[in-house]
Design a protein around this ligand. Structure first.
Ligand code: CP3
Length: 354
């Protein structure tokens, strides 16, 4: 199977020469786009949208029709895994994700099993195949999953949390129980990502959204160790092409050296870390992805161009070859972002030359 016509994203991740710095945006398909809100209305709710391969395909393509992005990302959610485990995922309007049966009792934790992605998560794999057909080799498709720890946060808290009190109490009081959950999650994430790769995902990203909420020591033991387990179990290539893996720990800037050693191809950075410093710290072990503050997109086109250029120049300041950088936001795009502001960002990144 050949690379897509525009393979700058894959080349940057594999640190091969690129024509320009490629970009995509975390949450690029979402509520800031009126066409997304229209499809979601038709679906009835967000979960129906995720569970319909044809509608998931439709919204995956929406940002690519508007902007010259260099990759598509599967439209889904990280919480499909705990949903498949039987925790009862639902989205209360305006309140974010919730679980009917949060994972707290020892018996429930001992009963937890690894879902078979070809059975309980078939709808995701069907969406991947349908999106690949629709993309027709134009740009690569990214598959994704949450990290074992980030999934455990939602599973144990039963939804979002400002202080992660329940899971962190478990971490300090019953580390054995948390390790059991993380071990099951790592197996589930590995099988899920490998199934996405088999179905046609050309790169994968692991979202460790809450790893940065852990202490220095706890991060190594409860998040990084399981990220490493997942990465080492991933298929490295499919159809004769390498399938690069990106690990994004929000708030993980202080751990880049140890993260660069787990076998992934790239690290995602939030906006609190300098890309140039990061490059000097990790050397040529991994590619880097990031890291514009998403709120920059609320300022006008001139401010957006200036800030994006700062990010690009910070990376270029290392003087290395112009590859190994995938431009992105430091976290997901806000639902209140004016869609027309994204155009200025895409143009600035594509026209930049060090
Ligand atoms: O990047 C993309 O375009 C792909 C789609 C995608 C979604 N969620 C769609 C979504 C991806 C990659 C995710 C990942 C995800 N989901 C993460 C990790 C990334 C991150 O932001 O740190 C997390 C923590 C979740 C869990 C989740 N799903 C939350 C907390 C919420 C509520 C968000 C909010 O702002 O209310 C969701 C819902 C969700 N996932 C939406 C979208 C487009 C909004 C749902 C809607 O239409 O109402």
């Amino acid at each position: 199977m050949a690379r897509p016509h525009n393979d700058n994203f894959l080349r940057a991740l594999l640190r091969e020469p690129v024509d320009y710095t490629p970009l995509w945006l975390m949450r690029q398909a979402g509520r800031y786009l009126p066409e997304y809100n229209e499809t979601r209305r038709r679906a009835g709710n967000f979960l129906n949208l995720c569970k319909s391969p044809s509608m998931a395909c439709e919204v995956t393509l929406q940002p690519l029709a508007r902007y010259k992005l260099d990759a598509a990302i599967l439209f889904s959610d990280i919480l499909t895994i705990p949903d498949a485990m039987g925790l009862g995922l639902y989205f209360a309007e305006g309140e974010g994700p919730k679980f009917e049966r949060p994972l707290r009792e020892e018996w429930a934790i001992r009963d937890l099993t690894v879902p078979d992605p070809y059975d309980h998560l078939r709808y995701v794999l069907d969406a991947v195949s349908e999106i690949r057909r629709a993309l027709d080799n134009s740009v690569p498709l990214i598959g994704f999953s949450g990290s074992p720890f980030t999934l455990a946060c939602y599973m144990v808290e039963g939804g979002g949390s400002s202080d992660h009190r329940t899971i962190k109490t478990m971490l300090y009081q019953r580390p054995d129980l948390l390790h059991h959950i993380l071990d099951i999650n790592a197996q589930a994430v590995t099988a899920y990502l490998n199934a996405q790769i088999e179905a046609g995902a050309q790169a994968v990203q692991i979202f460790d959204t809450w790893g940065g909420a852990l202490s220095h020591r706890a991060f190594q033991e409860f998040s990084l160790a399981y990220l490493k387990k997942v990465v080492s179990g991933l298929k490295k290539s499919h159809d004769g092409e390498r399938v690069p893996c990106i690990v994004f720990t929000k708030g993980g800037g202080q751990w880049l050296e140890s993260m660069a050693d787990i076998g992934c191809d790239a690290l995602g950075l939030d906006w609190t870390t300098s890309l140039g410093d990061a490059r000097r710290r990790v050397g040529d072990k991994v590619a880097l992805q990031g890291n514009l503050d998403p709120i920059t997109l609320f300022a006008g086109p001139d401010a957006i161009a200036a800030e994006a250029t700062r990010v690009l120049e910070d990376y270029a300041s290392t003087g290395g070859p112009m590859t190994g950088h995938v431009f992105n936001l430091g976290h997901g795009i806000s639902q209140f972002t004016p869609p027309e502001h994204v155009t200025a960002l895409v143009e600035t990144v594509h026209n930049f030359r060090a």
